[in-house]
Design a protein around this ligand. Structure first.
Ligand code: 13P
Length: 276
């Protein structure tokens, strides 16, 4: 069942859990994620990342119809979301294709430009009924697991101003996680997260979910995180399943990877949904 980001995060808020948000650069990813969510009967967010188009994995036009098909046919609520749309034209294309959630990422811009563009993204999304996530502060580089200095972490007062000025539906905040593999163990700024949560009404989003300990997942969920973006470890699970094996047919390799990714996603959803 296809739902918006706002609708799906409402379910997370009611249950005081976080939903997994997983990237789907090709069909085996989408199949693995939907199968995991259905096996656990949990809502899920599937995402196309603009960076995956830039890496040559898929264009948004190719992947969106496939994502929407899986969402519409799923037995659980599914949001089809654009991850890190860094320009407004890209976000507009996503909305036209039917994404029910979009992230406009202006975190590399000045506060004023980021707020102005995020408000434009909200205005565009309201026309299609989609919801908007945006980021203030910065996760730093999009890949590589390098922890940046705390000066780019989200400032709680700025976050409150940003949400009020833009009308966004969910806020991505920087408090110590990074994308990709961690170069060293992440050290999350929990008091900062709680302060943001106390000043901001909308659900909070944690990016860079791979490599965070179970204890830290529980802690950030208790402090208001309702969406956890997770890709690297799921994708690594797919690659690990192929290690040391030879395949005569490519479809056998991708089925093995898909099954391994499904197990990894199920394990992640179990923690995010507090299923024990
Ligand atoms: P990881 O790849 O580190 O799990 O992060 C995914 C993410 O935050 C996508 O926006």
């Amino acid at each position: 069942m296809l739902v918006t980001l706002k609708e799906i995060l409402k379910i997370a808020e009611e249950k005081k859990i976080a939903l997994g948000a997983f990237n789907t650069p090709s069909m085996p990813y989408a199949r693995a994620i939907i199968a995991a969510a259905e096996a656990l009967n949990q809502p899920v967010i599937i995402m196309h990342a603009q960076v995956h188009e830039e890496m040559g994995l898929c264009t948004m036009e190719e992947v969106a119809p496939m994502m929407l098909w899986y969402a519409e046919h799923a037995k659980v609520p599914v949001c089809v979301h654009l991850d890190h749309g860094t320009d407004l034209d890209y976000v507009k294309r996503g909305l036209e294709l039917g994404f029910t959630g979009v992230m406009y990422d202006g975190s590399a811009l000045s506060y004023e430009e980021n707020a102005k563009n995020s408000a434009i993204a909200v205005e565009m999304a309201r026309k299609t009924g989609a919801s908007v996530e945006a980021e203030v502060g910065s996760m730093g580089s999009r890949e590589g697991g390098v922890q940046e200095d705390e000066s780019i972490y989200t400032d709680p007062d700025t976050a409150a101003k940003f949400v009020a000025e833009t009308g966004i539906d969910a806020l991505a905040c920087a408090f110590g996680t990074v994308h990709g593999f961690y170069a060293k163990e992440p050290k999350l700024d929990f008091p900062r997260l709680s302060k943001i949560d106390s000043l901001v009404e909308v659900p909070l989003v944690m990016h860079g979910g791979s490599g965070v300990s179970h204890a830290d997942y529980r802690e950030v969920i208790a402090r208001g995180v309702r969406k956890i973006n997770y890709y690297t470890y799921m994708s690594r699970a797919g690659a690990d399943a192929l290690n040391g094996q030879t395949f005569k047919q490519f479809h056998d390799a991708y089925v093995a990877a898909e099954k391994a990714m499904q197990r990894d996603v199920e394990a992640a959803i179990r923690v995010f949904a507090n299923l024990g």
